[in-house]
Ligand binder design. Structure first.
Ligand code: NAP
Length: 293
């Protein structure tokens, strides 16, 4: 069912190209326009057949679009908003997919003209790959998408964005932006920081040990390397834009780590066993909720 005559996707990387594929497969848009700073990505999107037009000029891509979704790294949001603001169709809905929600509301909200509707969003789905070839239509299937409309947002616009994501297979939660940033700090941002740290520490080891880390990586290290292979620009922006929430969670984590360190030092096996039993139950909860297999 066509929901929008024209949608514009700004940034045709992993997330933008997955939306393009899912929207196309489900016939959600009359036409799909792409705006991307990379000429190679514009050409690739056209060659893949996932859009009807592609331009390095954001102003061109958003012209006459009923829905515009920003799918760029957080540091590019303000610049993109500035370039597109004067060219938006009256009544258009502007959304995004960024991993941090308070900063996009701060950076983009004030630049949008009167008469358009801003409904920020964040699909809780992704991989460690980037670029237009990395996307796939099923990325959002069975995954949550969190919408964080600022107070006073037009309810009909929020309902349209909700229906759009539901049509791509997502389950929707509406959340206050600050709460979103706190929840994601522990569920996504801190795990990435820990993975970057562990892999970085292994990388700093002397050569003889390094070889063995790779050879025996299946014992746990491998899972961290997948996360630590995620896009450096995107993750730099996540930490710079969700600083307070990440520092808060990092403080709690550091305290818990110190407690574990103490338990190991003093041979307090019961402390370790109790924690590992509780964490096993959390894993079971995630599987029961069908968020992993
Ligand atoms: P990506 O694969 O790197 O795609 C981003 C695209 O935006 C690239 O084609 C990039 O071109 C382009 N771009 C960068 N600056 C631009 C600008 N100023 N104007 C127009 N285009 C620009 O990144 P992604 O993984 O799709 O992430 C996009 C957004 O989704 C981020 O905000 C991220 O927080 C969010 N997100 C990501 C995931 C994930 O797992 N990856 C999950 C949920 C949400 P160049 O490559 O040439 O710079």
């Amino acid at each position: 069912m066509t929901m929008f005559d024209k949608i514009a996707l700004i940034g045709i990387g992993l997330i933008g190209s997955s939306i393009a594929r899912a929207a196309r497969r489900n016939g959600l848009a009359g036409s799909i326009a792409v705006g991307d700073a990379s000429e190679a990505h514009c050409q690739k999107a056209l060659a893949l057949g996932i859009c009807d037009s592609a331009s390095m000029q954001v102003s061109q891509a958003v012209k006459d679009a009923d829905l515009v979704v920003l799918c760029v790294p957080a540091s590019a949001n303000a610049e993109v908003a500035e370039r597109m603001a004067a060219h938006l169709k009256p009544g258009a809905i502007i959304s995004d997919v960024g991993s941090v929600k308070q900063s996009v509301i701060r950076d983009v909200g004030p630049l949008l003209p009167e008469g358009v509707h801003f409904v920020p969003g964040h699909p809780i789905a992704g991989t460690e790959f980037s670029g237009p070839e990395a996307g796939f239509a099923d990325l959002f299937q069975g995954r949550w998408c969190i919408l964080t409309p600022p107070t006073g947002t037009d309810e009909a616009a929020t309902a349209k964005v909700k229906a759009f994501w539901e049509s791509m297979g997502s389950m929707i939660e509406i959340m206050e932006p600050g709460h979103h940033d706190m929840v994601l700090a522990i569920t996504s941002h801190l795990p990435h920081l820990i993975a970057y740290t562990i892999v970085g520490t292994a990388g700093n080891l002397e050569e003889s040990l390094k070889g063995e880390v790779i050879r025996y990586s299946a014992s746990g290290f491998r899972d961290f390397t997948r996360i630590a292979a995620s896009d450096p620009i995107m993750w730099r922006d996540v930490f710079l834009n969700n600083r307070d929430a990440v520092l808060e969670m990092l403080q709690r984590f550091t305290e818990d780590l110190t407690a574990l360190q103490r338990a190991i030092r003093w041979g307090e096996g019961q402390v370790l066993e109790d924690l590992f039993t509780r964490t096993r139950a959390i894993r079971k909860g995630i599987i029961d909720a069908k968020q992993d297999s």
